[in-house]
Design a protein around this ligand. Structure first.
Ligand SMILES: NC(=O)c1ccc[n+]([C@@H]2O[C@H](COP(=O)([O-])OP(=O)(O)OC[C@H]3O[C@@H](n4cnc5c(N)ncnc54)[C@H](OP(=O)(O)O)[C@@H]3O)[C@@H](O)[C@H]2O)c1
Length: 210
């Protein structure tokens, strides 16, 4: 698929690398300097190109949003027209900058706020595993794949992102409508606390045992 990435950091490059290796065609964008975006395209490899956020959106059938929460609604709002009809894979955690708490939750979610900012996009919430795992040779720990909980109101968009989640080597869990992001985003906060506050480190993930 043609995939545009907004956010040339740890998650943008980690997802980009895994998806490009599976044959997806990537344009990566959004950093504070063009050099950083070019570096991200090199890290992703397999023909990935750097571009502007506008170019990434124009290129992508799916647009991956991998931005810090504080920058997210501004960039999404500025691209809202171009995002009309696009599938948007929202990877964001609505964390405070010091990662100590969720800035929103339980009565709304980052996914729903992004959908408000780009009302004609098909927003799919699916928080990926830690970037450390995405950049590792294998994401499996103890012989298991990480679980990624996929929520969206548009079933077709949800199915497409579930396939992309499978392509990166994770276990996609169909979690239903976008509103369920109110429950999956706090799980991201919990796992982050376990890793960085409780001291387990980032070689952990959540998964659903069926
Ligand atoms: N890291 C993880 O393990 C992980 C796991 C699951 C979900 N997430 C979520 O995924 C999202 C991305 O995380 P990340 O770790 O990839 O963050 P990151 O490494 O900091 O990447 C964010 C990217 O956005 C760019 N950016 C931020 N503000 C900008 C602005 N005002 N103008 C232009 N570019 C800007 C940064 O550019 P510069 O580098 O130039 O600043 C960077 O390329 C976050 O919402 C995070 O909570 C992260």
């Amino acid at each position: 698929m043609k995939i545009g990435i907004i956010g040339a950091g740890n998650i943008g490059t980690g997802l980009g690398k895994r998806l490009a290796a599976e044959g997806h065609d990537i344009v990566v964008s959004f950093a504070r300097t063009p050099e950083k975006v070019a570096e991200a395209a090199t890290t992703i490899g397999s023909g990935a190109r750097p571009g502007s956020p506008e170019q990434a959106v124009a290129h992508g059938e799916v647009v991956i949003l991998a931005t810090p929460w504080g920058a997210t609604l501004d960039i999404v709002g500025s691209l809202a027209g171009a995002l009309a009809g696009k599938m948007v894979w929202d990877c964001t955690n609505p964390f405070a900058p010091d990662m100590s708490e969720l800035l929103i939750g339980t009565t709304t979610s980052a996914g729903e706020e992004i959908a408000h900012a780009a009302p004609r996009a098909h927003v799919v919430k699916a928080v990926p595993p830690f970037a450390v795992s995405l950049h590792a040779a294998s994401m499996e720990i103890g012989g298991r794949k990480p679980g990624v909980f996929v929520c969206a109101d548009d079933p077709a968009a949800r199915a497409v992102v579930m396939q992309l989640v499978a392509d990166i080597g994770a276990d996609a869990v169909d979690t239903g409508p976008l509103k369920r992001a109110r429950f999956t985003e706090p799980l991201g906060m919990l796992v982050t606390n376990l890793a960085y506050v409780q001291g387990l480190g980032p070689a952990i993930f959540a998964a659903l045992v069926r």
